[in-house]
Design a protein around this ligand. Structure first.
Ligand SMILES: [Zn+2]
Length: 411
């Protein structure tokens, strides 16, 4: 077992004037409390408590100050304070909510005053979706978080920790790639090739695909009916319930996908690369529907973090034509029926094949052909595609000496 800790980056999405004011109030109260406690040279939590208790701040921020000020005055022996300190909240100060049905999927609850908090939509660093999914499912622990503003945009950095199984030290070539195709008819399809190169019997989660489709349809029609009757609030809570049911299906399926991988010797799970899918406009409505409507990103993130927890490496490949090419000869074929792929190459022995399984084998084969790339290897400096990177605020004297440059998802 290895304990991994990561700083998760979230950008608050266009807070309205009211919420901006509340964020600034929190920051101002925090800065004042920090300066007062620092200038009073508080060296213990009790001393710091006597100062910060008078401020209109949440308990999470006060507790963070009680821990932080004595560190500054004793351990780091800081001479003076830097002006711009992020607001710190102690462990579990924030709460997350995931609404995969919304354009902005994530919401975060930020403590404001003692009994008052703000729920705000937030955009995560897309590379860290799997970590958020783990946090949200209770499979990772939330540590301290920091709230700060840069050039008019508010950010949250959240520390998260989780335990992962140590993977075996097998080289990439010795691994057996397992293609996992996230789709519509079958929610997920996994398949790999055996020692002789023949595709094994695929495992499909087709019933679950049906269940999720039915739930979404129920949600849609019922919601519309309720909205027409003006029952927005009931419509909202009804939607939550349906999404919780879909969430349960997702968690079971992704757990079973990882169990399938565990049953194979030296596995590597291969998924389609989300960034390609998002960037490629050619995929049009179909792919967009897969992405947003079907919780593609959610399933993707869950498979990733659950695999890593079990010490199973995950690689991603370019998804171009994975569902259109024949896994036997590479020719582009077609689907006479939703579940069937037909190869158009007369010389090919294959003829017809289960369409999702064909896609899963193509995904697995791309790992072998060297088209894969591990996200983990590039972690930390690979979000250039998502906009510029910022230098993290200089939030303690000690951090400053480390000259750490943290990435901030800032697009
Ligand atoms: Zn063929």
């Amino acid at each position: 077992m290895t304990e991994l800790t990561k700083t998760l980056e979230l950008k608050l999405v266009e807070p309205n004037a009211h919420k901006r004011r509340k964020l600034r109030e929190t920051r101002e109260a925090y800065q004042q409390a920090l300066h007062d406690a620092f200038n009073a040279r508080c060296t213990t939590q009790t001393e710091a408590n006597d100062v910060v208790v008078n401020y209109d701040l949440s308990g999470y921020a006060k507790n963070a100050l009680k821990k932080y000020v004595p560190q500054l005055t004793t351990t780091y022996n800081a001479g003076e304070l830097h002006d711009d300190h992020p607001v710190r909240f102690t462990n579990e100060g924030l709460r997350l909510d995931h609404k995969p049905e919304n354009a902005i999927e994530w919401y975060v609850k930020i403590p404001h005053h003692e009994d008052y908090h703000l729920w705000m939509p937030a955009q995560p660093n897309p590379e860290q979706r799997d970590w958020l999914a783990a946090l949200n499912a209770g499979d990772a622990t939330m540590g301290e978080s920091r709230l700060f503003e840069r050039d008019g945009t508010w950010f949250l950095h959240v520390t998260a920790t989780r335990n992962v199984e140590d993977g075996s030290e097998v080289s990439a070539e010795e691994r057996t790639p397992i293609g996992a195709d996230i789709g519509e008819a079958s929610l997920v399809t996994v398949c790999h090739r055996d020692r002789h190169g023949s595709p094994t019997a695929p495992e499909l989660w087709a019933d679950e695909g049906k269940t999720v489709r039915r739930l979404r349809k129920t949600n849609f029609t019922a919601k519309r009916r309720l909205q027409m009757r003006g029952s927005e609030r009931i419509a909202e809570s009804f939607g939550d319930d349906v999404w919780n049911q879909i969430g349960d299906v997702f968690h079971r399926v992704t757990r079973e996908v990882v169990e399938y991988a565990e049953s194979v010797e030296n596995p590597v799970l291969v998924l389609e690369d989300l960034t390609y899918i998002r960037e490629s406009m050619d995929y049009g409505d179909f792919m967009n529907r897969r992405l947003h409507g079907w919780g593609f990103a959610k399933l993707h993130a869950q498979i990733r973090y659950k695999a890593v927890e079990k010490g199973i490496p995950v690689e991603t490949v370019n998804p171009r034509n994975t569902s259109k090419e024949c896994h036997a000869c590479g020719e582009v074929g077609y689907r006479p029926r939703q579940a069937t792929f037909k190869c158009t190459n007369d010389a090919c022995w294959m003829g017809e094949y289960q369409a999702d399984a064909n896609g899963a084998i193509n995904i697995a084969d791309r790992y072998l052909s060297g088209e894969s790339h591990s996200r983990e290897h590039t972690d930390g400096n690979d979000s250039a595609e998502d906009g510029g990177r910022l230098t993290a605020p200089q939030d303690t004297q000690a951090d400053a000496t480390k000259q750490e440059t943290l990435g901030t998802y800032a697009s």
